[in-house]
Design a protein around this ligand. Sequence first.
Ligand code: PHE
Ligand code: CO
Length: 288
Amino acid sequence: MVGKVQRQAVPPLGAAADWTIDQAYADYSAAEHAVWSKLFHRQLAMLENRACPEFFAGLRALELRADAIPEFSELNRRLEALTGWRVVAVPGLVPDVVFFKHLSERRFCAGRFIRSPEQLDYLEAPDVFHDVFGHVPMLCDPVFADYMVEYGKGGLKADGRGLLDRLARLYWYTVEFGLTQTEEGVRIYGAGIVSSAAESCFSLESPSPHRVGFELERVMRTPYRIDDFQQIYFVIPSLAELRRITLQDFSGLYDRLAQCDDIPIAKLLDGDLVFNRGDSSYGSLPKA
Ligand code: PHE
Ligand code: CO
């Protein structure tokens, strides 16, 4: 789930004041469970040697079922014991502040619905497969779990000061589309990638996108795409390093950023640590 600006200020009918709803687990149909199962098996095969060790450790610890959509109450028993996080069901995207508040209190908002069999590969709104399979294994890692709490607190601080666009980029390029170095090479930890068969492969193996070292200020100056594969991915040295870098107070950084232009999405900078110089061969873009 990505914290997107929503105009609607009040929760929809049937949702609580904090926008949560009941998962209504018994209402899922056999066809819906079958979609989960199909996606689960496909991703498990795809992610071997591609996802980071922390992701697999989380997946194992949660004992996620392959054959059925997880029941949040059961999932939460394991998750809470590991890092104090819980998953709560929401009707769809929630306002930024609501999302940040939940994060800061170790609650992750997850969509209740699951995509239809016709939409296995692409959907506009995050569903239960993206939110649970994609995000929750990483929330089992104590370091990443803390990073997410700090992100929520940082969002509440930045809200109303016109800084959320910048902060959203950090979320996008880490929580959703992040890559990390490991002893075995570059691996995926971003939920947007691990829940997508095509992007799991594209993000690591395509010659098209740039892959460059994570640099906080640079990331916050880089716009992102919501309608296609990313044109640039940022590689962190480790989760611990990501947490260390973002632990600093961002006030000074925000002041500096106010004086800086955005960086065109496909542009490499002199200071970039380049893992792959993208050739823009994917899609209809003219060659760089
Ligand atoms: N340290 C950030 C701040 O001072 C908060 C934050 C932490 C934001 C981690 C994002 C991720 O605002
Ligand atoms: Co997400």
